[in-house]
Write a protein that binds this ligand. Structure first.
Ligand SMILES: Nc1ncnc2c1ncn2[C@@H]1O[C@H](COP(=O)(O)OP(=O)(O)OP(=O)(O)O)[C@@H](O)[C@H]1O
Ligand SMILES: [Zn+2]
Length: 687
């Protein structure tokens, strides 16, 4: 239980919560039950059916409504006297500027993407407000505290890039089902239904060198008056039959690999095989109803279809896209909530898998892999939300000595389910919090200013409204308030190479790049370099001082398998096999910080190599001074008892959630109300 002084700090605190999703719902409930009385919540999203299994403040009737507003209303029902202000908006919008942030004592993030996290990190640094950052991926969770000039900021150390695969594995030599999914989603689906101008490796690989990409593009176009069934079969035969035959002709490739089997539609389906019973009355606005499975009478998404069923689903899906969603063709991107797209991708991936001798998967499994879905675990969100509030307590009580970064493990590690470690100090080379200049190696007479803006300023530095200056000369700025002349000038600059800009950018000069919204600026020193390795340095520029996390594959892999959900970046939500690697990574990270402490040996900072032994001491429990901390510690110390006797993951989590609930419970509330509002004891139902 909190002391009087702590209670006062909580009551008087003004808290900004960003994100009202899986973590956010738990967090808002816990904040309210812990005595916080002035909370602002920002979320740009509306409630979807798929949120209901773990975002317990939402009900079926709320689908389509603002998350922030519904979350506020739900919590006000059981804490009517507190103030909760809901903003249904993007945190990046200009109203949430430094002045807005300065009104708060602490910022708590429950976000799901790097971009928004970076943005919050920058503004709260400029505003001088501490941040508690969080993320979960299935059973793994993480909470970190960032205090200006005292601890690392969110961008001090690199975050791993999403898992990616070598292009040739995807296009020619898949060995896992995920490779087939990436092929079906990022190549075949994109080729047939996406933007025709987008680069697509299906062009290169789908025919021999003699065929031009123009020729292969024609193959994927539906010809004038071509019967839709014939078109579907033609595409089928091309990608699963002809292309495989072509690939087989290169003996070198198959020396140490199993040779794939070409599959033609006539091998699997009879010529006049009837497809589904299309419901002619179904309108294209009923996206959920436009389903190949439904018209074919396939009901259970957890069934693994055989090759013939997959072939029928594929052809039926192509037909439905053309008959029911014709207008969208040419602009579609894969969306895990688009039933027909998921059906198409599942079927195409399975046919390819059959060809390469890879086990087939159900639509449910395929959807999880294609959508990068690591099924969220409600208890992880609840534990993480509790930890966020514990850290917020410490910050509000100016108990900086005891703030911790905490990893939530799937299984107890060294008797601990929660791994608390002291935060690192700010990274002296961080361009965000330490304002350290960066160096750009670039071939200035050959590099377009546009490439610099897109690849370096926007992509790497994460600036969304950039301004670029060379000396006193403004070379570029972005924003709504530019007049026509300015816009034209900047557009003209974008087409020039760096050395030909009105104020030339060449080796030895420097540029000042900034984002007014983020109150961030950064100096970039230019170093002339002529040669770049196309494979390893595809941008044709190298930014030195900006930390790029190592990707999961050695080779350049341009086909990526999507974005994260609630991951912090160090711990992102990914398909199950990627999540395994992530768990190892998270554990490695926590071990890295903990082992040294346990053995009392010196500790190496990840990038500076500085000895941190005096600073980063592992603490036996989080929040040692608080009752909650002791409860958690007790639990952690004894968690091996649970692990050997009952199914550990849910048992321990359940108790952790209850304890976190009890630790915050104000005397006016019964444990029963905590259970009702917390609710998250079940591992979520799979949607
Ligand atoms: N720039 C942003 N501004 C405001 N809210 C954001 C921003 N980016 C993400 N969010 C919110 O953060 C929340 C993250 O929650 P969560 O990770 O549970 O994702 P979700 O969208 O609810 O679920 P899922 O992605 O698994 O379908 C979402 O509600 C999302 O709308
Ligand atoms: Zn930093």
């Amino acid at each position: 239980m909190a002391s009087q002084q702590q209670s006062d700090a909580i009551k008087g605190a003004k808290v900004l919560m960003v994100g009202a999703g899986g973590i956010g719902c738990e967090l808002l409930k816990t904040l309210a039950l812990s005595g916080f009385q002035d909370i602002h919540i920002i979320d740009m999203d509306t409630i979807e059916v798929s949120n209901l299994n773990r975002q317990f403040l939402f009900r079926q009737s709320h689908v389509g409504q603002s998350k922030a507003k519904v979350a506020r209303d739900a919590v006000l029902k059981f804490r009517p006297h507190i103030s909760i202000t809901a903003h249904h908006a993007n945190i990046k919008s200009s109203e949430f500027d430094v002045d807005f942030f300065q009104k708060f004592d602490v910022v708590l993030n429950g976000l799901d993407n790097l971009d928004a996290r970076r943005h919050v990190n920058r503004i709260r640094l400029a505003a001088g407000v501490p941040l508690v950052e969080s993320g979960t991926t299935g059973f793994l969770g993480q909470v970190a505290v960032h205090v200006k000039d005292r601890t690392e900021c969110y961008e001090c150390y690199p975050k791993p890039a999403p898992k990616s695969y070598p292009v040739c594995t995807i296009t020619s030599t898949p060995s896992k089902f995920v490779h087939c999914i990436v092929w079906a989603k990022d190549l075949l689906f994109a080729k047939l239904f996406g933007d025709k101008n987008q680069e697509n490796d299906l062009n290169v690989r789908s025919s021999d060198g003699a065929s031009s990409s123009e020729h292969t593009a024609d193959i994927f176009e539906r010809r004038n008056d071509e019967d839709i069934d014939c078109y579907g079969r033609r595409i089928y035969d091309h990608v699963f039959g002809y292309n495989i035959e072509l690939a087989l002709s290169n003996d070198e490739t198959w020396k140490n690999r199993t040779r794939p089997k070409p599959i033609y539609s006539s091998d699997v389906l009879s010529d006049n095989q009837q497809n589904g019973n299309l419901d002619k009355n179904c309108s294209s606005s009923d996206l959920v109803l436009v389903s190949a499975m439904a018209t074919l009478g396939l009901k259970n998404p957890q069934d693994v279809w055989n090759l013939a069923e997959n072939s029928k689903v594929l052809l039926e899906a192509v037909k439905l896209f053309f008959l029911k969603r014709q207008k969208e063709i040419g602009s579609l991107t894969f969306d895990k909530d688009d039933q027909l797209a998921v059906e198409f991708v599942t079927a195409a991936a399975n046919i390819r898998a059959a060809s390469f001798g890879i086990p087939l998967h159900s639509l449910f499994e395929a959807k999880g892999i294609a959508g990068n879905i690591v099924h969220a675990v409600a208890t992880t969100n609840a534990v993480v939300a509790g930890l966020i509030v514990i850290e917020a307590f410490k910050l509000l009580n100016e108990d900086l000595v005891n703030v911790r970064m905490t990893f939530c493990n799937e299984h107890p590690k060294r008797k601990m389910l929660l791994m608390p470690v002291e935060p690192f100090e700010p990274n002296e080379t961080c361009f965000v919090c330490s304002k350290t200049p960066l160096t750009l190696e670039v071939n200035a007479p050959h590099t377009k200013f546009r490439d610099f803006i897109e690849k370096i300023v926007r992509e790497k530095l994460g600036m969304s409204l950039p301004t670029v200056m060379q000396g006193n000369f403004l070379l570029y700025e972005d924003g709504d308030d530019l007049d026509e002349d300015e816009r034209r000038n900047y557009e003209a600059n974008l087409e020039k190479v760096l050395s030909k800009l009105p104020s030339p950018v060449t080796g030895g000069t420097s540029m000042l790049v900034g984002d007014l919204n983020q109150k961030l600026s950064c100096e970039i020193n230019i170093k002339q370099r002529e040669e770049f390795d196309e494979e390893k340095e595809p941008d044709g520029m190298v930014l030195i001082g900006w930390l790029q996390a190592p990707t999961d594959t050695e080779n350049k892999a341009s086909v990526q398998n999507g974005e994260s959900t609630s991951g912090t970046g160090a711990n992102q939500a990914m398909p199950s096999e990627i999540a395994e690697a992530k768990e190892a990574e998270v554990n490695a990270a926590s071990k890295k910080r903990n082992f040294s402490e346990l053995s009392n040996s010196s500790f190496s900072h990840p990038s500076s190599g500085k000895d941190k032994s005096s600073k980063n001491k592992e603490t036996p429990c989080i929040g040692r001074s608080s009752a909650t901390g002791c409860w958690i510690n007790l639990l952690c110390m004894n968690s091996d008892i649970f692990s050997s006797k009952i199914k550990p993951v849910h048992g321990i989590r359940l108790i952790l959630v209850i304890m976190l609930g009890f630790a915050f419970i104000p005397s006016s509330l019964s444990p029963c109300s905590i259970l009702c509002h917390c609710g998250g004891f079940n591992c979520v139902r799979n949607m």
